[in-house]
Write a protein that binds this ligand. Structure first.
Ligand SMILES: [Fe+2]
Length: 266
């Protein structure tokens, strides 16, 4: 039997951290490759202030709430991601996310519904970001009412990867929402209590969780640049966020990471 070194590497990483030199080399090369892949992506209306939204229909809101109702509660777990994906490996961050979010399982019904939703809203999303895209991950959750104060931060991802929230009950200070520092310097406390779709540049505009007093249903999707738009979302596990490398020949990139990591370790 031939052992695949990359599969072995990911199997190890599910249980414990890899060496710092490998992690740094992978993060550096990932950013370089994504930045090259994303040339020209900073040009749509979203790039003006970094946040865009639109109302969605009551029918869509109802359909999404039905999916939530039939989906069981689950916890975000370190090992729940597919090979080749960036994941949250820090126990304090995973604990924090499980404290503020009550995660739901991604059922086949929810996956199909989100695909239809994205197909229905494709032209709006494409108009906002002005390039081809696909959804690289899905996390359904109820934002819990808590007293936890969210830090104001940037996510530190390649800037052309954006976060999208589908909010069947809207988002407001009552249900919990997000504070933003827009690209033009203005502050925005998102306050739209009706069903809506929100997209923001999570690594360009500072943002922070504002907790509320009632659970807030949310489908969180990460939107990545793509060679052509694919509205069928990909589910890489609850703890999978985006692929380290955008192209199909990931082995080539990982080989380069290994070489760099080994060089800097010796
Ligand atoms: Fe964030």
């Amino acid at each position: 039997m031939i052992l695949d070194p990359f599969k072995m590497l990911y199997a190890i990483e599910r249980k414990r951290d890899l060496s710092e030199s490998f992690n740094q080399a992978r993060a550096r090369l990932s950013r370089e490759v994504w930045d090259r892949f994303s040339i020209g992506c900073d040009s749509g209306p979203l790039s003006k202030v970094g946040v865009a939204w639109q109302p969605i229909s009551q029918q869509w809101a109802q359909r999404l709430l039905e999916c939530f109702a039939s989906s069981e509660m689950v916890a975000l777990r370190r090992e729940d991601y597919v090979d080749g994906y960036l994941s949250n490996l820090s126990a304090p961050i995973i604990n924090y996310l499980n404290t503020v979010n009550e995660y739901r399982a991604v059922t086949p019904d929810l996956l199909t519904t989100l695909g239809k939703f994205l197909a229905d809203h494709e032209s709006q999303i494409s108009q906002w970001i002005n390039h081809s895209w696909r959804a690289s991950s899905i996390r359904p959750f109820n934002l819990r009412p808590t007293n936890v104060a969210g830090s104001r931060h940037l996510d530190g991802w390649p800037p052309a990867i954006r976060k999208m929230f589908i909010l069947p009950g809207g988002a407001s200070p009552e249900t919990g929402t997000t504070w933003f520092r827009l690209r033009n310097g203005d502050e925005l406390l998102f306050d739209h209590p009706r069903p809506c779709l929100l997209i923001f540049e999570n690594s360009v505009v500072e943002h922070g969780l504002v907790s509320g007093h009632a659970p807030r249903p949310t489908s969180e999707l990460d939107i990545v640049p793509a060679r052509k738009t694919i509205t069928e979302p990909f589910y890489p596990g609850l703890n999978g966020w985006y692929p380290w490398f955008p192209e199909k020949n990931k082995l080539h990139h990982l080989s380069a990471v290994l070489r760099k990591g080994l060089r800097s370790a010796t």
